[in-house]
Design a protein around this ligand. Structure first.
Ligand code: 13P
Length: 344
C-alpha cells in the first residue's frame, strides 16, 4: 500500500466503501455489552471484534478501514493472528483512536474539551509501528438552551483537532477530524435549524484552525454529524430535509480539496443513518466522497445477534454484513428501503 497521505485518504473513502468505528473505549463497550448481558472481559471484547474483522464478505467489499482502540490494536485473534493483520488481509486499512476522551471544559459548565495532545507524537510513532495508517480524534459540542455552545468550547476543540491533525500528518498517519455536534443527551431539545447553525459555526472554525496549523486537506478525512433535530426536540425531519440541510452545511464550510467525508451515526437508528446517507448521494453531485464511519449504526444488529455466544457468531456476521452492504449502497446513493424488508 502506498504510504502517501493522499493515497491512504482516498482508499479510506473508496467508492461503495466506508469505515467501521470499532474503537469503543473499555468503558463504552461495557455499556454495549451490558445491553446484551455480556461480561466486559478482555476475551469477550476480543471475540466480539474478531467476529466482525473476520466477516469476509463485509470486510472485503464494504469496509475500507477500521478504527481500533488501544487494546484492540495489540490483540491477537483466538488462533494467534494479530487482529490488525485480519483487517489488512481483507484489504482494509487499520486505524486508531488517539484522543484521551472529552473532559469538562474549565469555567464552562456542561461543555467538554477533548484531551490527549501530551505525548501524542510518541504514541503515533508506536501506533504506526503497530500498523495504523490513520487515526481518529473526536470533539463533542453540546447544544443547550443556556448559551451552549460557547465560542470558547468550539474554539478550544477546533484548535485541539488541528494540533492533532498536524501531528498525525507529520507521522504519516491520516487524521480523521471528528467534530461532533451532539444530537443526543438530556439537553438535546434543539430543532434542526439550530443544529444547522452550530454545525456550520463548528466546521468553519475547524477548517480555519486546520489552515492555521498547516494541515494538508488532501491528506485528511472529515467525520461530521449529520444535520438533524435534537433527540428531545419533539420534532422530526424527513430524510430529504436532513440530506438538504447537511449538504448545505458542508458546502458552506468544507473545501473541495478534502477527499472524503465519513459521517458518524450519532444515535440515529440504523435505518435512518443509511437512508440519510443514501439520500445525500442520490440527490447531489458533490466534490467529496460522502460515506459512513459508523459505530452504533453498523454494529447494533450484530451485537444483538451475537449475544456473547460462540454459536451465534455466524448470525452476527450475517447481521454485520447486511448493515455494511446497506451502507455501501447508501454511499453510492442506491439504497432502497425494500432491501431492508427482504432481509428481515
Ligand atoms: P457512532 O456512529 O456510534 O456515533 O460512532 C462513531 C464514532 O466513531 C464516534 O466517535
Amino acid at each position: 500500500m502506498s504510504d502517501r497521505l493522499e493515497d491512504i485518504a482516498i482508499k479510506m473513502v473508496a467508492e461503495g466503501k466506508g469505515i467501521l468505528a470499532a474503537d469503543e473505549s473499555t468503558g463504552t463497550i461495557k455499556k454495549r455489552f451490558d445491553s446484551i448481558k455480556v461480561e466486559n472481559t478482555e476475551e469477550n471484547r476480543r471475540d466480539y471484534r474478531e467476529l466482525m474483522f473476520s466477516a469476509d464478505e463485509a470486510m472485503k467489499n464494504y469496509v475500507s478501514g477500521v478504527i481500533l482502540f488501544d487494546e484492540t490494536i495489540r490483540q491477537k485473534a483466538k488462533k494467534g493472528t494479530p487482529l490488525v493483520n485480519l483487517i489488512s488481509a481483507a484489504g482494509s486499512v487499520p486505524g486508531i483512536k488517539v484522543d484521551a476522551g472529552a473532559q469538562d471544559l474549565a469555567g464552562f459548565p456542561g461543555e467538554k474539551v477533548t484531551e490527549g495532545l501530551d505525548g501524542l507524537r510518541g504514541r503515533l510513532k508506536e501506533y504506526y509501528g503497530l500498523g495504523a495508517r490513520f487515526a481518529k480524534w473526536r470533539a463533542v459540542i453540546t447544544i443547550g438552551e443556556d448559551g451552549r455552545p460557547s465560542w470558547n468550547c468550539i474554539h478550544a476543540n477546533a484548535h485541539a483537532l488541528a494540533r492533532y491533525a498536524a501531528l498525525c500528518q507529520e507521522q504519516k498517519i491520516v487524521p480523521i477530524v471528528e467534530p461532533e455536534v451532539l444530537m443526543d443527551g438530556p439537553d438535546a431539545k434543539h430543532g434542526i435549524d439550530r443544529c444547522y447553525d452550530v454545525t456550520v459555526w463548528t466546521l468553519q472554525t475547524v477548517f480555519h484552525e486546520l489552515f492555521v496549523a498547516g494541515v494538508k486537506l488532501e491528506g485528511m478525512v472529515l467525520k461530521p454529524n449529520m444535520v438533524v433535530p435534537g433527540q428531545h426536540s419533539g420534532t422530526t425531519a424527513s430524510g430529504e430535509e436532513v440530506a438538504e440541510k447537511t449538504v448545505k452545511a458542508l458546502k458552506a464550510t468544507v473545501p473541495p480539496a478534502v477527499p472524503g467525508i465519513a459521517f458518524l451515526s450519532g444515535g440515529q437508528s440504523d435505518e435512518d443513518a443509511t437512508a440519510h446517507l443514501s439520500a445525500m448521494n442520490a440527490m447531489y453531485d458533490l466534490p467529496w466522497k460522502l460515506t459512513f464511519s459508523y459505530g452504533r449504526a453498523l454494529q447494533a444488529a450484530a451485537l444483538k445477534a451475537w449475544g456473547g455466544k460462540a454459536e451465534n457468531v455466524k448470525a452476527a456476521q450475517a447481521a454485520f454484513t447486511h448493515r455494511a452492504k446497506m451502507n455501501s449502497l447508501a454511499a453510492m446513493g442506491t439504497w432502497k428501503r425494500d432491501l431492508e424488508l427482504k432481509a428481515a
